[in-house]
Every structure is written in structure tokens, then in C-alpha cells.
Ligand binder design. Structure first.
Ligand SMILES: NC(=O)C1=CN([C@@H]2O[C@H](COP(=O)(O)OP(=O)(O)OC[C@H]3O[C@@H](n4cnc5c(N)ncnc54)[C@H](O)[C@@H]3O)[C@@H](O)[C@H]2O)[C@@H](O)CC1
Ligand SMILES: Nc1ncnc2c1ncn2[C@@H]1O[C@H](COP(=O)(O)OP(=O)(O)O)[C@@H](O)[C@H]1O
Ligand SMILES: [K+]
Length: 490
């Protein structure tokens, strides 16, 4: 499991650790890891010797880390120039170390710092770290823009400056890095868009915080292969199709029969022993998947299921509404997606005794919360938590960096590490609904079903798109599920 802790938790752990180690030790550990990562990045170009390194230096310890790392690179022969954005407040020890190693420090008033950045091989962003508030100050903006436009490798120190470490929000100008070297633990903002998109590749440097973080719940967690492998429902010798779980799918309409086919496609390959389909798309479903058990009539007459999926392509007529009410009245877990989200009654969801999983994209989440779509996209972590709290349900917010929040406060949000923007294709959400519903039917808890569902879905899309990347259709994602499943279990 990859975990991210809030700034408050990081600060407390750092205080505890600092009390036990010599003064400055943590910063040296950070700087050593940072310099090694920079040397590595330069190694793929011309190497450290004679490389032109510019250190964008702010007023806090983030600048201190960057200056000490700059000193280490200077000792290995790099030409290092620190651009001091707040000359009076630049970290004294770091500055002295840089000068002693043969580096120099300038201010944007003395020199054309933008031109320096344009000529650099490597730019270290030590403007601001976990102490940052808001976007970049105006003085730093042209330098951040120049770094992005230049050929230099841009390495952010701890965080790309200007992004919010706790929320993943970017409320102003921010550095865009090729790589972020972060210290002690990941911060939530490094894993959640839009901030995550600014971070580039992530490197974690161990500074010894582990023991002081243990025992505090992280703010965010990301499953990895081993975690998912442990959760996947695998049949044993005693299994039969009913014990593996039966998932009911209420999806599709005369107008959108394809949504039914895609939801069933996901459900069939995600662990349940059987799939029941209820709705007007039965013919289309059977033509493609003869193994589906289809029935007409209301869902509660379809036979026993261990979980329902309701919503994809359902339309919003009276029958669709009745189907949503019918399913929500059941005593088994229910996943509500797409049109179902427009038809559900919040109080009904809140009063359910079995689990409910809501799977909106940003637009649907915005409608459920009565806010603008842009607000949800700008503050995904905040809104997924609000959604789960408001509906007393597990909320899976789709999009780049899909998030899963539980209704109980204090439970870490899960962020999905798989996925690809090739998934932004019509119908791929229907496949996700089927997968996640199938996992619910197989007995996974709502939070596990939603996060494992997103993981499988994202991995399947990567498998389907291939290592170089190519357009995939939603049915390709469903077809790639067995390959993703095998990859996780191998
Ligand atoms: N505390 C520790 O033990 C360690 C801290 N480390 C480093 O220290 C950093 C935190 O240092 P600080 O607490 O000094 O905080 P920062 O260096 O992140 O920033 C604080 C300073 O930046 C200014 N500032 C705030 N928002 C700004 C903005 N938007 N634009 C420009 N300036 C802004 C503040 O006025 C303040 O002077 C971490 O991110 C990490 O890089 C590491 O050395 C590891 C150990
Ligand atoms: N830019 C992106 N990067 C990664 N995944 C994405 C991106 N855009 C969309 N997706 C994923 O694609 C799927 C689209 O689902 P959805 O919006 O419901 O579409 P549809 O209703 O057409 O099925 C979701 O799983 C979502 O997380
Ligand atoms: K930074």
C-alpha cells in the first residue's frame, strides 16, 4: 500500500524525530536523497560534471533542502546558481554550504534569471514546500514558466511549488515538474489531480519518519498489486456459482441497449459466479453474452442476487425511476451509476442498511452536491468526501485519479494508481459499474469493491492500450480484464 499523510501529521512526526537526532540531520538526509535523484536525472543527459543547475530558492526550509542539494552537485562539478526569491530569508546554512562548494547566489534584481533558467540543464524548485499557501507569488511565475519552456529537467523539492499538499488543489500558478523528490512520506496532493499532474514522476526519500508516522491513519492510500491480489475473490474447491455471488444488472434502455451489454461484460469477468440482467436490453445482452440470466419485470422478481448495479443507460422515464427505487429497497449492496444517480432519493440511500456505492464522474457529482463541475474538478478530494458524507454511501469519483471515499469519517480515501487517459471513451464507465458490482456480489466490502474495481478497470485499460498507447473502446477494456487479473495474481 502506498500511503500519504497530511501536512499536520508530517509536521508532528518531524518534530518527534527531530528531538532524537542531531540538529540539521533531517535536512541533510533530504538533501542527500535529492542530490542523488538529480544526479541520476542528469546522468541520462551529459552527467553532473559541468551541468548547469539553477536552484529556485524560496524563504523556508524547502529552499534549504534545495541549497544543500545544490552544494552536493557543485562538489561533483556542476555549475550551480541559486536564484534567491527572498534574499533576506534564504536558508543561511544552505547558502553558506552552496558558496563553500563553489556555487553562487544571485537575485532576480541583479541578473536575468529567466535567461539563466532557459540555459539550465536542471532546475531545482525549492521555492516552497509543505509550508506553502496559495499559488506561486508573482515574482516566481516567470521563472516557473521559463523552467517549463526550457529543455532543463525540472525537479520539484518535496512538492511542486504552488500546489496544495493536503488537497491536491492548484489555486494559482504552480511549477510543473518532470520529477518530484518528496521526503518522509507522500503528501496527498502528490497523488490527486490537478496537483499530481504537476508533480511528474515521484521519488520518495526515506528520512526516518516511519516509526513516528505509524499509528496515525494516513489521509490517502493507493492499493498496489499485492493489496489487490489479497482482495480478489478466487473460487476454491467448495465454490459453486451461487457461493461466488450473483450480481444483478439493471441497465440499458430501448435507446441505449449498449450500456447493458457493457455493464454485463464487466460483471461477467470480475468474480461473481453469475450475472442476472433485468431490463429492455435482454436481446442485445444475450446476443453477446449467452451466459447471462435475463428476466423481465421488476428487479425484486428476478431471483436472488448478492448485489445490484443500477443506472447505466437507464434513461429517466418512470420505469427507470421505479427500477432505481426497487433496487434501493433491497437488503443487498447496490451500486448506482449514471442515470441512476439522477433518479435516486438521498434519504432512501441514507436509510439503507446494506452498502451503497455511488460512481459519479465530476459532472454527476456536481449535480448531486449542487455545485459547479469545475469546483469538483478543482477540489476532487474534498468533494468525494462530501459526497460520501452527504449520502452515507461509499463514493467513487471517476476521472483522472479516481477517488473512493467512505461515509465514516477518518477512513483514508483511496486513490486509484492504475488507469490511463485512454479510458476517456464512451461506455468505459458502464464496464466499471459491472466490475465493481460483481466484486460487491462476491462479498467485498463497498470500499474494497470500489477501489479494487477501479484498479482492475484501469489496469485492463492499460493492458488494452498497450505499452505505447492506442485508442481503446469500452468493450476492449472488458475483454482485457482476464489479462489484468492474471497480471495481478502472478
Ligand atoms: N521540518 C523538517 O524536519 C524537514 C523539512 N524539510 C523541508 O522543509 C519544508 C518545509 O519547510 P518550511 O516549514 O520552512 O516551509 P516552506 O519552505 O515550504 O515554506 C515556508 C515559507 O514560504 C513562504 N511561502 C508560503 N507560501 C508561499 C508561496 N505561495 N509562494 C512563495 N512563498 C511562500 C512562507 O512565508 C514561508 O517563509 C518541507 O517541504 C521540506 O522541503 C526537509 O528538510 C525534511 C525535514
Ligand atoms: N483523463 C482520464 N484519465 C484517466 N481515466 C479517465 C479519464 N477520463 C475518464 N476516465 C475514466 O474513464 C471512465 C469514464 O466513465 P464515464 O465518465 O462514466 O463514461 P461513460 O458514461 O461514457 O461510461 C471512468 O472510469 C473514468 O475514471
Ligand atoms: K518545492
Amino acid at each position: 500500500m502506498r500511503v500519504a499523510y497530511s501536512v499536520e501529521t508530517v509536521r508532528a512526526a518531524e518534530r518527534a524525530l527531530m528531538a532524537r537526532v542531531p540538529e540539521g540531520a533531517l535536512m541533510q538526509r533530504a538533501a542527500a536523497g535529492l542530490a542523488a535523484a538529480c544526479a541520476n536525472a542528469l546522468g541520462t543527459g551529459g552527467g553532473v560534471y559541468a551541468a548547469r543547475v539553477v536552484v529556485l530558492t524560496g524563504s523556508g526550509d524547502n529552499g534549504g533542502d534545495a541549497l544543500y542539494a545544490g552544494a552536493r552537485l557543485a562538489r561533483r562539478g556542476a555549475g550551480v546558481t541559486a536564484v534567491l526569491l527572498a534574499p533576506q530569508k534564504a536558508h543561511r546554512g544552505g547558502l553558506a554550504a552552496l558558496r563553500a562548494a563553489g556555487g553562487r547566489a544571485v537575485t532576480p534584481e541583479d541578473v536575468d534569471a529567466v535567461a539563466l533558467v532557459h540555459r539550465a540543464d536542471l532546475v531545482l524548485d525549492g521555492i516552497v514546500g509543505i509550508g506553502g499557501k496559495g499559488g506561486l507569488r508573482p515574482g516566481a511565475v516567470p521563472l516557473a514558466e521559463a523552467a517549463r519552456a526550457s529543455r532543463a529537467v525540472v525537479v520539484a523539492v518535496d512538492l511542486p511549488s504552488g500546489v496544495d499538499a493536503d488537497t491536491g488543489e492548484v489555486r494559482g500558478a504552480a511549477v510543473r515538474a518532470d520529477m518530484t523528490v518528496t521526503f518522509g512520506t507522500y503528501k496527498p496532493g502528490l497523488l490527486v489531480d490537478p496537483a499530481a499532474e504537476h508533480a511528474g514522476a515521484l521519488r520518495l526519500v526515506d528520512i526516518g519518519l516511519g516509526p513516528d508516522l505509524d499509528g496515525t491513519p494516513p489521509a490517502l492510500e493507493a492499493l498496489q498489486h499485492a493489496d489487490v491480489a489479497a482482495l480478489l475473490p478466487v473460487p476454491d474447491a467448495e465454490s459453486d456459482k451461487y457461493r461466488r455471488g450473483v450480481v444483478g444488472v439493471v441497465a440499458g434502455s430501448e435507446r441505449y441497449p449498449g450500456a447493458a451489454v457493457l455493464a454485463v461484460a464487466g460483471a461477467l469477468r470480475a468474480g461473481a459466479g453469475a450475472v442476472r440482467y433485468v431490463g429492455p436490453g435482454a436481446q442485445a445482452v444475450l446476443a453477446r453474452f449467452p451466459e447471462t440470466l435475463v428476466s423481465a419485470g421488476p428487479p425484486h422478481k428476478a431471483g436472488r442476487v448478492q448485489a445490484w448495479v443500477v443506472g447505466p443507460g437507464l434513461g429517466d422515464g418512470p420505469e427507470a425511476r421505479r427500477a432505481v427505487d426497487d433496487v434501493l429497497a433491497s437488503d443487498v449492496p447496490v451500486l448506482v451509476d449514471a442515470d441512476g444517480l439522477r433518479l435516486l432519493d438521498r434519504d432512501v440511500v441514507r436509510s439503507r442498511t446494506a452498502g451503497t456505492v455511488l460512481t459519479p464522474h465530476a459532472g454527476e457529482a456536481a449535480a448531486l452536491l449542487g455545485v459547479a463541475r469545475e469546483e469538483v474538478e478543482a477540489a476532487r478530494l474534498d468533494h468525494v468526501r462530501r459526497l460520501a458524507g452527504a449520502f452515507g454511501a461509499t463514493a467513487l469519483l471517476k476521472g483522472s485519479t479516481t477517488l473512493v471515499a467512505s461515509p465514516e469519517p477518518g477512513v483514508p480515501v483511496r486513490v486509484n494508481p492504475t488507469g490511463t487517459s485512454w479510458l476517456a471513451t464512451a461506455g468505459s464507465g458502464d464496464v466499471l459499474s459491472g466490475i465493481t458490482g460483481s466484486l460487491l456480489a462476491a462479498g467485498l466490502a463497498p470500499r474494497d469493491a470500489a477501489s479494487v474495481g477501479a484498479y482492475l478497470h484501469g489496469l485492463s485499460a492499460r493492458v488494452a492500450a498497450g505499452p505505447v498507447g492506442a485508442p481503446v473502446a469500452a468493450h476492449d477494456v472488458a475483454a482485457a480484464l482476464p489479462g489484468a487479473w492474471r497480471d495481478i495474481r502472478s
